[in-house]
Write a new protein. Sequence first.
Length: 99
Amino acid sequence: MRSRESFAAVLLRSMVRQKTVKLTEEEYNAAVRYVIRKYRMEDRDGSIDLRGQDIGYIAELVAEAVGQARLAEGTFEIARNDRELNERNETAHETAGNA
């Protein structure tokens, strides 16, 4: 029975990799943890419970979670860069005003 669960876990990872460009281990693990929490899919070991589940559907959920995390990180990066640019502009204006 355990080998069937292991096969399902390997299949899930493979399917998510096919749907996600340059998937890192950290991204995959974070997305799986998110899906486990959101959909209450935890087994007794704390892993994702894949017994009787549609692996393709779960792979879609995990890949979507990776995409959402990437989008959020990109948005935060834009905001950080914008804030830094504004701070530089304010400093430049203050320096020019003092000259």
